[in-house]
Design a protein around this ligand. Structure first.
Ligand SMILES: Cc1cc2nc3c(=O)[nH]c(=O)nc-3n(C[C@H](O)[C@H](O)[C@H](O)COP(=O)(O)OP(=O)(O)OC[C@H]3O[C@@H](n4cnc5c(N)ncnc54)[C@H](O)[C@@H]3O)c2cc1C
Length: 409
């Protein structure tokens, strides 16, 4: 029984004082917060309601393949990722630097990054030319001045329909393109700034690397928070001076009583295809008129996702949560002549996958209670880690200030 957790924070002078930091939630935000605390000599205990770490990052084994829950990629250029992990800790497999796009004439083209794939410059220019062929007068009357819809409305229509909107909705899960320009440009810069990758043993590898060095207690749901303590499901109370609430938006909202930020859902499916449906391991983003967001041959980008000797290709699909699985299959039949030979191994809609926008809440929510979570920064892994780092910094600053005052008195 865990009646009281006493963790030790070392002051700058080396003198120990009792502090206890409880981190609620073992998603990337909570694990990042606990990692930064521990790295700076402040002991942390992570309390996780479910029986696994990772939160929205989950990888399972299905039919002899690794399958992440939903389509998620790591952008190696995420600054927070590079700050948190040593390069030697990450074992990543890379996608081809480019995107498959639909073209206005009905064909499919590969838009490569010529800086990373020499010899593709001429082809890239050819594809882009087709998309910027017809300029248009922007419609200034609609949508918010700072959202992606407004920005894209100033681009040539084919560029919006075949490249900008498909990329934006794939990463924000928002068909209306209401995400702020700042988020869209951050993601585009990160996508262009480095490889899009998958950890060799699935996205769950990232939280696992962090959790291996931390104290994490699974199956421990925090039911309520009071000043200086948390109450667990079952009635147990843990006293603590600092609490980092790194629960998901719904969990944090119910613990603290604020209204949950709006969330976007994601439809996803996995298929096994006897023949490779795309020549290269680049992500395919079908045009805006189609409800399929992304198609990726996972075992081409990350061969380690094939666990046994089944030679088929693992194909990941993400799609609009508004359509049924039957419509999703009909669309795939339209896009890939070989679709009838594919075997479906999973299909589902993930509810509340991503916050639609970041929420403005005070990070120090109440005395001794600090918030972390992607909904406070940006709906990305980078945002989740950043929020965890910031929460840890706030706690550390207070711990050091207190220790210093104690030393001086
Ligand atoms: C389908 C999908 C695809 C994505 N694709 C990408 C991508 O390609 N690139 C990218 O950068 N990002 C992507 N993301 C976003 C990224 O995964 C999330 O932003 C990030 O994982 C969120 O981490 P978090 O720690 O803020 O929250 P979460 O991962 O939700 O973690 C919160 C944790 O708190 C726990 N918890 C809640 N309440 C309590 C309680 N009362 N007591 C104890 N524990 C509690 C939960 O069980 C959970 O484990 C994707 C997300 C999804 C769902």
């Amino acid at each position: 029984m865990l009646a009281r957790v006493a963790a030790v924070a070392r002051s700058r002078g080396g003198e120990a004082s009792t502090q206890q930091v409880l981190v609620i939630g073992a998603g990337m935000a909570g694990l990042a917060a606990a990692t930064y605390l521990e790295r700076n000599g402040v002991s942390a205990l992570v309390l996780e309601a479910s029986n696994r770490i990772g939160g929205r990052l989950e990888t399972r084994e299905i039919s002899g393949f690794l399958a992440d829950r939903g389509f998620a990629v790591i952008l190696e250029d995420y600054p927070e990722l590079r700050r948190l992990f040593k390069p030697s800790e990450l074992n990543l497999s890379r996608f081809y630097p480019g995107l498959y796009l639909d073209m206005p004439d009905g064909s499919r083209a590969l838009l490569s990054d010529p800086r990373r794939i020499p010899g593709t410059f001429a082809e890239t220019v050819k594809v882009l030319r087709k998309l910027v062929a017809s300029p248009r007068i922007p419609n200034r009357a609609t949508s918010h001045p700072l959202d992606l819809a407004r920005l894209f409305s100033m681009a040539p229509e084919p560029l919006e329909t075949y490249l900008l909107a498909p990329f934006a909705r794939a990463v924000t899960l928002d068909e209306t393109l209401a995400a702020p320009v700042k988020l869209g440009s951050f993601l585009a810069r990160r996508f262009l700034g480095g490889p899009a990758s998958l950890p060799v043993s699935g996205v769950k590898e990232l939280p696992e690397i962090l959790a291996a060095k931390l104290k994490v207690q699974l199956g421990t749901r925090v039911e309520s928070i009071a000043s200086g303590s948390v109450r667990l499901e079952g009635g147990e109370v843990i006293e603590t001076e600092w609490i980092v609430v790194a629960a998901d938006p719904a969990g944090a909202a119910s613990l603290l009583g604020f209204s949950q930020p709006p969330m976007a859902d994601q439809g996803y499916a996995y298929f096994l295809a006897p023949e490779r449906p795309l020549d290269l391991p680049a992500v395919y983003v079908p045009h805006r008129g189609r409800p399929i967001y992304t198609v990726a041959v996972i075992t081409d980008a990350a061969p380690s996702y094939r666990l046994g000797d089944d030679p088929r290709h693992l194909v990941s699909i993400s799609f609009s949560p508004e359509i049924s699985a039957t419509e999703m299959r009909r669309e795939l039949g339209d896009l890939f002549p070989s679709f009838s030979s594919w075997e479906e191994i999973e299909s589902a809609v993930i509810k509340a996958a991503l916050p639609r926008s970041s929420t403005r809440l005070p990070l120090v929510y109440a005395k001794g209670v600090v918030l972390a979570g992607d909904y406070l920064a940006s709906p990305t892994l980078n945002g989740a880690i950043e929020s965890g780092r910031r929460a840890a910094e706030l706690v550390m600053a207070a711990v050091y200030a207190k220790n210093k005052a104690r030393e001086q008195s």
